[in-house]
Design a protein around this ligand. Structure first.
Ligand SMILES: NC(=O)c1ccc[n+]([C@@H]2O[C@H](COP(=O)([O-])OP(=O)(O)OC[C@H]3O[C@@H](n4cnc5c(N)ncnc54)[C@H](OP(=O)(O)O)[C@@H]3O)[C@@H](O)[C@H]2O)c1
Length: 265
């Protein structure tokens, strides 16, 4: 009897994480889905199980907290998870000079610390079984200082670099780790952070389901870093290879959406 595949997706109730959960349920994965809002998790689990006939276990956890991360780490160590998707992430709408240590630590706890801790909980079992994969949802923003005064791109630079580095170390054991680096995706992300995106042109926005489909195709191809769509591949190439002073000038001129017109940042 063939055993069903299992995946754990963090932040699976909205945006890119919800798209991952839909994609994987459709592909027949039994799921563990993680988020903070218990009612929304239960509703998401019921809907996915009903629509796709897979088992879906909702796990309420705040991955900013030690307890929240520890609970999910324990599940990853105990269970045979074939695919871990570290998707939950956040931004702040506070220029660094006006930020607080507490706010920045929350961002780092979710965007960096949780990704490290859950990856480390999942990988030993995968390496032992000589199979499995981790997808860490990063961002094209991580390729450069494109949002002056924001620490978000730095957190995503860490995720991309970390994923590539750890991916190289586990590939000989048949295990994959990949960073998925989308550009703007229509989700709840910007609203949650209070970031005004009214000036962001329509053509820059990506669809979460398409981002996930592209990312999963790149994972199958064995990529370490996936950048969905040609326009963001071009942006990533530019951020990586254009002369630094040119990128810095463009970033300074546009000032991102954070801190624009604020003389303090
Ligand atoms: N949207 C974009 O333009 C964009 C672009 C590039 C990269 N990304 C990255 O994509 C990832 C997903 O973003 P998204 O746009 O899909 O965001 P989203 O629509 O805001 O969804 C966030 C999900 O994460 C969960 N979550 C938030 N904080 C959490 C916490 N402390 N502990 C556990 N779960 C938490 C939320 O549920 P609860 O509130 O119930 O916890 C929700 O399910 C992030 O890592 C983000 O940095 C987004």
């Amino acid at each position: 009897m063939s055993q069903s595949r299992t995946a754990l997706v963090t932040g699976a109730t909205a945006g890119i994480g919800a798209a991952f959960a839909r994609h994987l349920a459709k592909a027949g994965y039994d799921l563990t889905i993680v988020a903070r809002d218990e009612a929304r998790l239960a509703e998401t689990a019921e809907r996915l199980a009903g629509e796709h006939g897979v088992a879906v276990k909702p796990v309420t956890a705040d991955l900013v907290t030690d307890d929240g991360r520890a609970g999910v780490q324990e599940l990853l160590r105990a269970g045979q998870i074939d695919l871990l998707v570290n998707n939950a992430g956040m931004s702040l709408n506070t220029p660094f000079l006006r930020s607080t240590t507490e706010g920045e630590e929350r961002l780092l706890a979710l965007n960096v610390h949780a990704v490290m801790a859950l990856t480390l909980a999942a990988l030993p079992g995968m390496v032992e079984r000589r199979a499995g994969a981790v997808v860490n949802v990063s961002s094209v923003a991580g390729f450069g200082a494109g949002m002056p005064g924001s620490t978000y791109p730095a957190s995503k630079a860490w995720v991309t670099n970390f994923s590539e580095s750890v991916g190289l170390s586990v590939r000989p054991f048949g295990v994959r780790v990949m960073a998925l680096c989308p550009g703007y995706v229509r989700t709840e992300f910007h609203d949650r952070a209070g970031i005004n995106t009214s000036g962001t042109p329509d053509w820059l926005w990506l669809d979460a389901d398409a981002v996930v489909a592209d990312g999963m195709a790149d994972l199958r191809k064995g990529k370490y870093v996936s950048v969905p769509t040609w326009k963001y591949k071009l942006a990533a190439f530019g951020l990586k290879h254009l002369p630094r002073p040119l990128i810095q000038r463009v970033a300074r001129d546009t000032r991102g959406r954070i801190g624009r017109n604020d003389p303090q940042v």
